[in-house]
Structure formats: structure tokens, C-alpha cells
Design a binder for this molecule. Structure first.
Ligand SMILES: Nc1ncnc2c1ncn2[C@@H]1O[C@H](COP(=O)(O)OP(=O)(O)OP(=O)(O)O)[C@@H](O)[C@H]1O
Length: 297
């Protein structure tokens, strides 16, 4: 039996609307299901964890945005219960990377024809990163996005709007990345992104070559740019062409530590979790996800 975990407030109420379409479709097809609505932050993780321990669900489907996926993924990591996604948030970057259709009924269709694939996550010391993390400018943007009263109304444009607001004030800082034991120090670091999947920030292709089945984390470090240069290269992140700029350095590794003399804000899967220092270690093939059947066959 499928368990649907619905975040009714994701996408400023979009979660509830998407669920009513999915529910009608499930009834129409006579598919048995259970549904639980999240009541507070952290609740999706609790529901998923209990479902995994009881063993009476075959798959969990998260209806919400990246924050809901983060929580459900944290509840199911290191279990065999697969998770599927029906996007209803404002960013939906993980769904974008998994090529989940944005239309609820098409997304459901894909879930019903799924096969299961194990994907990598990363451990941050008790918390699990499912898709992506960001430090510095990105952390500040995530904070601005999550506080914005316009979040649910502007959708992806809210990330761009928040990025522009942050750009005016943000001060780049010295940062050291240690990748599998090797340290690299950069002056004037704007941001460091650590990704399992290419996208974050509502469709920005920050680590275009990231794959969540290779046992490695992709890292993109943006440093040594004036504010004007940063503004000029910013649009190229939507196509992934920013990686050719000399101020962009890419890394790949299994264990990553980030430190900075001035503390920088960190977000994980779009949720602000604190400030540097940060240590992550890849957890290869630690989460089962529902994938479209067509892709693998
Ligand atoms: N009933 C609830 N009331 C308030 N907050 C909730 C409730 N249920 C879940 N949440 C919280 O809502 C937050 C936002 O959820 P989510 O990230 O899925 O949507 P979004 O922010 O609209 O989408 P995205 O992250 O893709 O931009 C999460 O941090 C989650 O913990």
C-alpha cells in the first residue's frame, strides 16, 4: 500500500490542492492508499520513520517541496522503503532532477509505473542531505526565500528575487574547503554548493554533472568576483555554462569540510540549518527512490 505524506502548506497551499487531484485519481483507479498530513516542521520525518518501522507500506509518496522531500528522505534513509515525489512546493529542485512531471496526475502516473533505484545521500552528522546544500550567499538566499511573504506566490522567481536582494549586501569571505583530506583556501568566496543532483534554487544548474548514483558529491566554489562580475555570470547558472568561468572551481569527493573565519549560513535541501563549520560524508546508495520505468528499461 502507498502512504502519501502531504505538506498542506507547501507552495503556499499548493500541497493541499495537489493532493485533492491525486486523491480523486487514486479513487478513480481504485488504488488503495493511506494519507497523512504534516502538522508542523519535522512531522514528515516522524511519519516516514514510523511507516518504515511498521513495515506495512510498500512506498511513501511525498507531496510538497524540497523541504518535505528532505524530511521524508531523512525518515527513510538506510531503509528499503522507496520514496516518490509529487511536486507542490515553490522550488521543487529534487523533483526536477528526478524528471518528475509538474502536473500531479502525470506525476502519479509515473509513480504507479515505477521501478526502484538506490541513490546517494550525504550525512551531516545526524542529518541527511538528499539533493543539495549551499554555504554563504546561497544560505543567505535560502533564509530570505523562507522568510518571504511572497514565497508561495512567486514560485521559482522568488529565488531570483531573493538572490538579487542578497546580492546588494553580501560580503564574500575567505573559506577553506577540505576535499577527501586535501585543503583548498580561497579568498572572496561568494558561495559553495554541494550537490548530489544538478539543480538547486528553483532550477539553477549549479553542478551540471552531478549524478546521485556515483558515490561522490559534486562541489562548486564561486570566488574572487566583483559584484558586477557576479551579476554578469549569474544568468549562465540556469544553463550550467557558468562552470567555464575562471572564478568557478569544481571538485568531486566523498568527504567535504567547509570552514571560514567569518561564519557563513548553511542551507540543506533549501532549509537553513546553521552556520559553518560544516562536514559532509557521502552515503552511497542509501535511499530508495521511485524512478520512471521508461528511463531504465
Ligand atoms: N502543517 C505545517 N505547518 C507549518 N509548516 C509546515 C507544516 N508541515 C510542514 N511544514 C514545513 O513547511 C516547510 C516548507 O515545506 P516545503 O519546502 O516542502 O515547501 P516549499 O517551501 O513551498 O517548497 P520548496 O522548498 O521546494 O521551495 C518545511 O520546512 C516543513 O517542515
Amino acid at each position: 500500500m502507498y502512504l502519501f505524506i502531504v505538506n498542506p502548506v507547501a507552495g503556499n497551499g499548493q500541497g493541499r490542492k495537489v493532493w485533492s487531484q491525486v486523491e480523486a485519481s487514486l479513487h478513480q483507479r481504485s488504488i488503495p492508499f493511506r494519507v497523512e498530513f504534516t502538522k508542523r516542521s519535522g512531522h514528515a520525518k516522524e511519519i516516514a520513520r514510523i511507516a518504515a518501522s511498521q513495515g506495512n507500506v510498500s512506498a511513501v509518496v511525498a507531496i510538497g517541496g524540497d523541504g518535505t522531500i528532505h524530511e521524508v528522505g531523512n525518515g527513510l534513509v538506510h531503509t528499503e522503503i522507496p520514496v516518490g515525489f509529487i511536486p507542490a512546493g515553490s522550488g521543487n529542485d529534487f523533483s526536477l532532477a528526478q524528471k518528475v512531471p509538474s502536473h500531479p496526475e502525470q506525476a502519479l502516473e509515473q509513480i504507479l509505473k515505477h521501478h526502484v533505484r538506490r541513490v546517494d545521500t550525504a550525512d551531516l552528522g545526524g542529518r541527511t542531505m538528499i539533493g543539495f546544500a549551499g554555504i554563504g550567499f546561497d544560505g543567505r538566499v535560502a533564509e530570505t526565500v523562507n522568510r518571504s511573504p511572497m514565497k508561495g506566490h512567486l514560485g521559482r522567481f522568488n529565488y531570483i528575487w531573493s538572490a538579487l536582494q542578497t546580492l546588494v549586501r553580501y560580503q564574500p569571505t575567505e573559506t577553506t574547503l577540505t576535499i577527501d583530506g586535501k585543503p583548498y583556501t580561497y579568498q572572496g568566496v561568494w558561495l559553495i554548493a554541494i550537490n548530489n543532483t544538478p539543480y538547486y534554487g528553483g532550477g539553477m544548474k549549479i553542478c551540471p554533472q552531478a549524478v546521485n548514483t556515483d558515490g561522490l558529491l559534486d562541489v562548486c566554489c564561486v570566488s574572487n568576483l566583483t559584484r558586477n562580475q557576479f551579476i554578469r555570470i549569474f544568468p549562465s547558472v540556469f544553463t550550467g555554462r557558468h562552470i567555464h568561468h575562471p572564478s568557478i572551481t569544481l571538485f568531486r569527493g566523498k568527504e567535504i569540510t567547509i570552514t571560514s573565519p567569518t561564519q557563513s549560513i548553511i542551507h540543506v535541501d533549501g532549509e537553513v540549518i546553521g552556520k559553518t563549520p560544516l562536514s559532509l560524508a557521502v552515503q552511497p546508495q542509501s535511499l530508495s527512490v521511485l524512478h520512471p520505468w521508461e528511463e531504465s528499461s
